[in-house]
Design a protein around this ligand. Structure first.
Ligand code: ADP
Ligand code: MG
Length: 363
C-alpha cells in the first residue's frame, strides 16, 4: 500500500517579524505543493525529483541536506511516541524552494501525514504541527516559528488564518478578493547580510524585553518605548505597529475594504524599511514602481528581508503597467530580472482530500 499526500506552501499577507515576538500573523496556503508518495520498504530510501537524487538514509542520520527534513520528521514522530518503520519516499513539487513560500514546512507536513497514514497511527492536527516544527528546529537546526507548519496543516481555501503565535488561537478570515489577486514579485536577490541580520534582529528583540523587564512583547505599550535607545525603540515600534496592522487588516478584509487592506501593506513595507530596517534597494525599487499606479492596492516586502519577494495586491487583468515594463526598468538599475508568481488560496492537509485513492480504499 502506498500513500500519497500533498501539502501547500504559504504566503503571509501581513505580520512580518512578529511570529517570534508572540505576535499576530495572517497567512494563507497557496496552490503550490510538495507531494510525497510513501510505501513500506526494507530501508529508508528517499527520492527527490527536484534534486534528481535517490538516497538511502539511516534513521537519525543527519546529512546536512534535504533528506534531513524528512528524517527529522521521522525522528520527531518517534520522540512523540509514534513508531516509524522504513519506507520508500518519492518527493515531487510545484513549490519553488528557498523563495519564502515555505517549501520546507510543506515537505515536513506532507511527509508526516503520509508516514502517519502508512503506519495507521492517529495524530491530532496540533500535534502534527508540533512534530514538524520540532523536526525543523531540532533536527534540521533552523530557528523557525510555527506559522509555516501551522498553515500547511490548518489552512482553508478562500480564507486567511489570523494566528496568535503566543496562544496559538486562530480564526479563519474570509478572503473575498473579487477582482483582485495576490502576486509575488521575486527580486531575485538575497543579500549576504540576510541571516546575520535576522539573528541580530532576534537578539535586539530579546534585548528590548530585557531592557523593559517584560516577558512578552504583548505586555509592551507605546508608552514603554521612551525608555529604549533609538535603535531598539525603532525595532519595538515596528513590532507593536505591525501587530496592530494585522488586526486592522483583518477588519478591513472582513468589511470587504480591499483598498484599506492595501494601505496597510504599504505601511507595513515602510515600517520594515525604516524601523525594522530589513529592506534593500532592489525591493524598495519594486514597491516604489508599483505605488500609485492604477490597479495596485498595496505592496510590501515579505520574508526575512534583504531581498526576497514583494507581495502585491493587484487588480486582475488590468494594471497601469506591465510586468515586462517593470522587468525592463529593474534590469536597467540592477542588471537582473524579476520573477512573477500569481498565487491562489488553497486548503491545508486538514481540509484537503489530497490523499491518494489507493489509500482511501485501503482504510
Ligand atoms: P523555504 O521553506 O522558504 O522554501 P527553506 O530554506 O526553509 O526555504 O527550505 C528549503 C529546503 O527544503 C530545500 O533546500 C530542501 O532542503 C527542502 N526541500 C524543499 N522542497 C524539496 C523537494 N521538492 N525535494 C527535496 N527537498 C526539498
Ligand atoms: Mg522554510
Amino acid at each position: 500500500m502506498t500513500v500519497k499526500v500533498r501539502a501547500p506552501g504559504r504566503v503571509n499577507i501581513i505580520g512580518e517579524h512578529t511570529d517570534y515576538n508572540d505576535g499576530f500573523v495572517l497567512p494563507f496556503a497557496i496552490d503550490r505543493y510538495v507531494e510525497v508518495e510513501v510505501g513500506p520498504s526494507k530501508k529508508f530510501v528517499l527520492t527527490s525529483k527536484l534534486y534528481n537524487q535517490t538516497v538511502e538514509v539511516e534513521k537519525n542520520q543527519r546529512r546536512g541536506t534535504w533528506t534531513d527534513y524528512v528524517m527529522g520528521v521521522v525522528w520527531a514522530l518517534e520522540q512523540a511516541g509514534y513508531r516509524v518503520e522504513p519506507f520508500e519516499m518519492q518527493i515531487d513539487s510545484t513549490l519553488p524552494t528557498g523563495s519564502g513560500l515555505s517549501s520546507s514546512a510543506a515537505l515536513e507536513v506532507a511527509s508526516a501525514v503520509a508516514i502517519v497514514k502508512m503506519m495507521n497511527h492517529k495524530i491530532e492536527p496540533k500535534d502534527l504541527v508540533q512534530v514538524c516544527v520540532k523536526a525543523e528546529r531540532e533536527f534540521v537546526g533552523v530557528r523557525c516559528g510555527v506559522m509555516d507548519q501551522f498553515t500547511a496543516v490548518f489552512a482553508k481555501k478562500d480564507h486567511a488564518i489570523l494566528l496568535d503565535t503566543m496562544t496559538m488561537d486562530y480564526e479563519y478570515v474570509p478572503l473575498n478578493l473579487n477582482n483582485y489577486e495576490f502576486v509575488l514579485i521575486d527580486s531575485n536577490v538575497k543579500h549576504e547580510l540576510a541571516s546575520s541580520e535576522y539573528n541580530k534582529r532576534r537578539t535586539e528583540c530579546e534585548a528590548i524585553l530585557k531592557a523593559l523587564n517584560k516577558r512578552s512583547f504583548r505586555e509592551i505599550t507605546e508608552k514603554d518605548l521612551a525608555a529604549l535607545g533609538l535603535t531598539l525603540r525603532k525595532r519595538a515600534r515596528h513590532v507593536l505597529s505591525e501587530n496592530e496592522r494585522v488586526l486592522k487588516t483583518v477588519n478591513a478584509l472582513k468589511e470587504g475594504r480591499l483598498l484599506l487592506a492595501g494601505c496597510f501593506l504599504y505601511e507595513s513595507h515602510a515600517s520594515l524599511r525604516d524601523l525594522y530596517e530589513v529592506s534593500c534597494d532592489e525591493v524598495d525599487f519594486i514597491v516604489g514602481f508599483l505605488k500609485g499606479r492604477a490597479g495596485v492596492l498595496g505592496a510590501r516586502i515579505v520574508g526575512g528581508g534583504f531581498g526576497g519577494s514583494v507581495l502585491a495586491l493587484l487588480r486582475k487583468g488590468y494594471t497601469e503597467f506591465s510586468f515586462e515594463e517593470l522587468d525592463m526598468e529593474y534590469r536597467k538599475f540592477f542588471n537582473r530580472s524579476i520573477k512573477v508568481l500569481r498565487v491562489n488560496s488553497s486548503d491545508g492537509v486538514l481540509f484537503s482530500h489530497l490523499i491518494s485513492s489507493e489509500f482511501e480504499s485501503a482504510t
